[in-house]
Design a protein around this ligand. Structure first.
Ligand code: PLP
Length: 424
């Protein structure tokens, strides 16, 4: 029966039962962590071949370049080909990075503030106000990058097709709005794939700021855990066609393909942007780690082989998302007070608790030994105006632990909802 249909007496009865369940959870002295989207050990083991992908005596001279030496700042040609294959763009549009795509994104925003981007009239630090659009719920680390540099963060609601594009089109008419964060495929945390219409509207934006920047973080581009690989439009060519060739910077990494934090990353953008940025990167470093690039290309080979590897990840991730879906369907759905999504890829389930209860629910989880991403983290400045959204990250714990954690989670969201309904 739905909580909204229960009498006060029935709610009180339910509260007693759920409180007893909560006490039982606490007595188990659990210590479980679902706070961040880390791959599990079994997933990391899938990439152990990477450790042997380059052995002593093997040829490190590739494409006319000795990978062990300085040079080729924008990446080994074979690494550019690899990423162009994955992202469906041209190798000349790729700048291969280090082990973290987030670092790459930070770097672009940093350069925008210190020196300006290709079409900037002045560095962003010289602007009176810089505003940045943050589709929410979204990725907390994105928001923190622009907050770190002093940008004003503007929340844009997410819809089932991606960010609310009517609002985005309206907001970009303000010349102080300099950019937007996007996770276009299996968005963090909603797991949404932006619709073709949304993507086209992005490419066709007419921002007032000449240096408006789409930060297109394609972190989960090949990360299906259910069903076949879903092809995705190349935003670079769409922007080019729309007369906005330099507006988008796309990012990706192998953090969730090989080793998290020890993979390799790429930025895809127009050749003009690459040329402009390469000059700046040339001041900052002589060369990226091309040994890492080479061993990754030897191990991952190409898109087809990478998708094979991702099927192995799917066989680990799919059942974990199944545990989450089953627990929520069984424990929460009949009570009718919360909503959540059922993604087919990515790393998260986005759960909307009864408004005003997310913080309390996660405090209760903590009390019962289950650590989750803090409530509010999916909104700019860590403040969810509804106090509702909770990001569930099921990848790290083994299934028996995940089952226990979901048991605690369901108990806690129920308890928090009942406390609110009964004004306890
Ligand atoms: C959307 C998104 N982008 C980037 C990252 C971090 O990527 P990297 O390890 O390449 O810095 C994550 C990690 O969870 C993520 O969810």
């Amino acid at each position: 029966m739905k909580y909204s249909e229960m009498t006060k007496a029935e709610l009180e009865q339910e509260y007693k039962g759920v409180l007893a369940q909560f006490e039982a959870c606490k007595s188990k002295n659990l210590k479980l962590n679902m706070a961040r989207g880390k791959p599990s050990k079994v997933q990391l083991d899938i990439a152990n071949g990477l450790l042997n992908a380059l052995q002593e005596g093997e040829e490190c001279f590739v494409d006319g370049v000795d990978a062990r030496n300085y040079g080729e700042l924008s990446g080994l040609p074979c690494a550019k080909e690899y990423w162009a294959d994955i992202l469906d763009c041209k190798p000349s549009q790729i700048f291969v990075g280090g082990t973290s795509s987030l670092n790459f994104m930070f770097d672009i925003i940093s350069k925008a503030f210190s020196h300006g981007l290709l079409h900037s009239v002045r560095p962003w630090c010289k602007e009176d106000v810089v505003k940045f659009l943050c589709p929410s719920p979204g990725y907390d680390r994105h928001f923190r990058v622009t907050e770190f540099f002093g940008a004003e963060l503007i929340t844009v609601p997410m819809t089932e097709n991606g960010p609310d594009m009517d609002l985005v089109e309206q907001l970009v008419k303000d010349p102080q709005v300099k950019g937007i964060w996007c996770v276009p495929k299996y968005s963090n945390p909603d797991g949404i794939i932006y619709s073709e219409e949304t993507i086209n509207r992005f490419a066709n934006l007419k921002p007032a700021a000449p240096d408006f920047t789409i930060m297109w973080d394609n972190a989960y581009g090949v990360h299906e855990f259910e069903g076949e690989y879903v092809p995705f439009p190349d935003i670079l060519s769409l922007c080019e066609k729309a007369g906005n060739p330099d507006m988008v910077y796309e990012f990706a990494s192998t953090s969730k393909i090989t080793f998290a934090g020890a993979g390799f990353s790429a930025m895809a953008t127009s050749e003009s942007n690459i040329k402009y940025l390469t000059k700046m990167f040339g001041v900052q470093m002589i060369s990226q780690d091309k040994i890492n690039q080479l061993r990754h290309v030897r191990f991952l080979k190409d898109k087809a082989h990478t998708l094979e590897i991702m099927k192995q990840h799917a066989s680990v991730m799919g059942p974990k998302f199944g545990v989450v879906a089953d627990a929520l369907d069984k424990e929460i759905k009949p009570l009718g007070f919360a909503q959540w999504n059922r993604p087919k890829g990515g790393y998260f389930v986005s759960f909307n608790a009864m408004p005003g209860t997310a913080k309390r629910a996660l405090d209760l989880c903590k009390e019962a030994g289950v650590e989750m991403t803090p409530a509010g983290a999916t909104y700019p400045y860590g403040i969810d105006p509804q106090d509702s959204n909770i990001r569930i990250a099921p990848s790290l714990p083994p299934i028996p632990e995940l089952e226990q954690a979901m048991d605690v989670f369901c108990t806690c969201v129920k308890l928090a909802a009942l406390e609110k309904l009964l004004a306890i």
